[in-house]
Ligand binder design. Structure first.
Ligand code: ZN
Length: 408
């Protein structure tokens, strides 16, 4: 057993509602606190001196500086399995070029598809590992990773196998999601619906056989798949018992209703969701995932209406959407901090959106809260008050990150 502490403040995230608004005075903030760990799990949380007396044989990992401890962050939406970059797209966006103009000049998702197809499985795995390592430094201990730049059976399999390999080598937990339905590939001869049928018949069974993922995503948008096409695909996924997540309501509303209809674990983006969409999500068990990083990356002013969603009693998570095109930054805390000040989210709501509410979107009940029996995933900031974390707008990073009880 190992006793880690003392912490000036320990933010446990215990005892908070899964849905709806939160006030900061609801946060449990322990002072002179410590975490007792055995193997992967938290055994007890409490006062440092009390725990030292109660467990005299525990090894003490003494923290000799001011420290705020909180749960490791959970990033529930990333596309970090890719090769190449799209810095040239970004330069064109800076100069005012539109999405269409960028695509016509050889940019856009398709350029990432080409680069990713050229990369080997091992190359992709090491790219994922290095991005995951960057995320770990920022306090992120669980990372969802989507496929979606392969866009045929063999290439999507390569991506998902690369994610599986990277998960074996990474200190963070990587949760794979099949996003073969990112867009209809340019080189597929046939209709979008034929492409989806091909994925259903020829890819999904292998995902099961090789245990690559139980999660599947679809991008519903004018440039990707229509509501009707998505309805076919989601019905097939539901028959096969896949956990469903949807890229919804980013530029045009409609797909969030579909996510609710199919009991999706999450509906992500929602930048243009209106009152009706917000009300429907709020009534459901589908987690609303805000992706401010893509608004920052695209330079658009509309963002996920997180304040309205919370006031309507929705479950709200915040994720990075880290990807080579629309969200290249990949700094989850900085994005959440900036998003919070625009949307008027309390610190409690922001931290909940990065921890236990995010865990719900991945159906993980063993993390996101610092309490007995949970995984010992937590991070330590060189500060003496949790408010300073958001006050510094993401600039101050943790000086130590623990995953499964080990400092990584
Ligand atoms: Zn995305």
């Amino acid at each position: 057993m190992k006793l880690i502490g003392p912490f000036t403040q320990l933010l446990t995230m215990r005892g908070l509602n899964l849905r709806g608004s939160l006030q900061d005075d609801q946060l449990e903030v322990l002072t002179n606190a410590a975490i007792l760990v055995a193997e992967k799990n938290i055994i007890e949380v409490g006062n440092f001196d009390d725990l030292r007396k109660k467990y005299p044989s525990a090894n003490v990992e003494y923290i000799a500086q001011k420290t705020v401890a909180l749960p490791g962050f959970i990033d529930v939406h990333t596309h970090i399995c890719f090769a190449g970059d799209r810095a040239n797209d970004y330069a064109m966006r800076l100069s005012g070029k539109t999405y269409l103009e960028i695509a016509q000049k050889g940019g856009g998702i398709w350029s990432s598809v080409q680069k990713t197809r050229e990369a080997s499985l091992d190359e992709l795995a090491s790219l994922i590992e290095s991005r995951a390592a960057r995320h770990i430094k920022d306090g992120v201990t669980t990372i969802e990773v989507k496929s979606g730049y392969g866009l045929n059976v063999a290439q999507e399999l390569k991506m998902l196998r690369a994610i599986k390999l990277a998960n074996k080598n990474s200190k963070a937990d990587l949760i794979a999601t099949c996003l073969a339905a990112h867009m209809k590939p340019r080189d597929f001869e046939g209709l979008a619906i034929d492409y989806l049928e091909n994925i259903v018949k020829n890819l999904l069974p292998i995902l099961r056989e090789e245990n690559l993922t139980n999660r599947a995503d679809i991008f519903v948008e004018k440039t990707a798949f229509t509501i009707d096409e998505a309805r076919y695909y989601l019905a097939e996924l539901q028959k096969l018992n896949f956990d469903i997540t949807v890229h919804a309501d980013q530029f045009s509303a409609g797909a969030s209703a579909l996510a609710v209809e199919f009991d999706a674990v999450s509906a992500d983006h929602l930048e243009v969701s209106g009152e009706a969409e917000i009300a429907a999500i709020a009534k459901s068990n589908t987690v609303a995932v805000a992706l401010p990083g893509s608004s920052y990356g695209l330079g658009i002013y509309h963002m996920t209406p997180a304040r309205k969603l919370l006031d309507a009693s929705a479950i709200v998570a915040i994720a990075s959407d880290w990807n080579p095109g629309s969200a290249p930054m990949g700094d989850l805390l900085a994005q959440a901090a900036m998003f919070g000040i625009y949307e008027k989210l309390s610190a409690a709501e922001i931290f909940a959106a990065l921890t236990f509410r995010a865990a719900k979107a991945l159906k993980l009940s063993d993390r996101g809260i610092i309490e007995k029996n949970m995984l010992a995933d937590f991070q330590l900031y060189p500060l003496d008050n949790y408010q300073q974390i958001l006050y510094n707008q993401g600039k101050i990073k943790p000086f130590a990150v623990y995953k499964n009880g080990e400092k990584i």
